[in-house]
Design a protein around this ligand. Sequence first.
Ligand code: ATP
Ligand code: MG
Length: 269
Amino acid sequence: MNDNYRTFFALNKEPFGTDIRVTEILKTSELMDIKNRFDYVTRIGAIGIVTGEVGSGKSTALRYALEKLHPSEYRTLYITASSGSIMEFYRQFVYALDIHLSSNSKIIMVRMIKKEITDLICDKKMKIVLIVDEASVMRLEVFAELHTICQFEKDSKPWLPIILAGQNNLIDKLTYRSSQPLASRVVAKSHLEGVNLNGMENYLKHHLTIAGVDQMLFDPTAVTAIHQGSGGLFRKANHLARGALIAAADQQSSQVNAEHVRLAATEIF
Ligand SMILES: Nc1ncnc2c1ncn2[C@@H]1O[C@H](COP(=O)(O)OP(=O)(O)OP(=O)(O)O)[C@@H](O)[C@H]1O
Ligand SMILES: [Mg+2]
């Protein structure tokens, strides 16, 4: 697929991209809700959960909340979880903290992580927040042990707030008995669903504006088709919207309609 459609619609960049700047993130009420809960969890040093369907905007919302923390005050640690063992998790944590460690011993890794966090808090007067994105893929053994990493000075210092984000089965994993110590530290839960029709219209307009076009290129039939085809989920809406722009440009049509969206839908899952 060539990019003639960008010239046709006078788009100054690839529209509906993943590379939006933080200032370009659409501040939906759901996103602001996540940010408020994020701030609360961070303030009191507890655990927060963000769940939602694939492509509903979880990582983007976390990116927004993280950017608002001042770097001189906060050390933010971002881990994309894996389905590996707890050792794998600690290795990722060590790496995120920039600790250079040759030992593979769990005890030493945990001790070094805690020492680094204590130094950051007590000596460097920083605050810390750990984000674990895609946490729903983690093994139950990781959920069973993760709370121990938050325990400082006999569990009296809430120094390590954690935000766990992932798909809806994250909640299922937290309801296991073995996950209870971790789950009992959760103080805020956010859930992202697909947006409604009006939300989708705003979303499409917003992304067109980011790409330099203030005119609404999608007619009401196209907005409805994108909303239905995506279930209100942003990533799928991005693919449908971009594909529909390409189909409309192919037909030299200055407005995108439902038929263009239907053509775009044949290309994606
Ligand atoms: N608030 C927003 N403003 C503008 N664009 C957004 C916003 N939220 C999501 N998007 C768009 O939707 C895409 C998918 O969002 P994101 O990657 O945050 O979803 P996710 O829920 O983390 O998905 P996954 O379940 O695959 O991890 C982003 O790349 C971005 O283009
Ligand atoms: Mg994500």
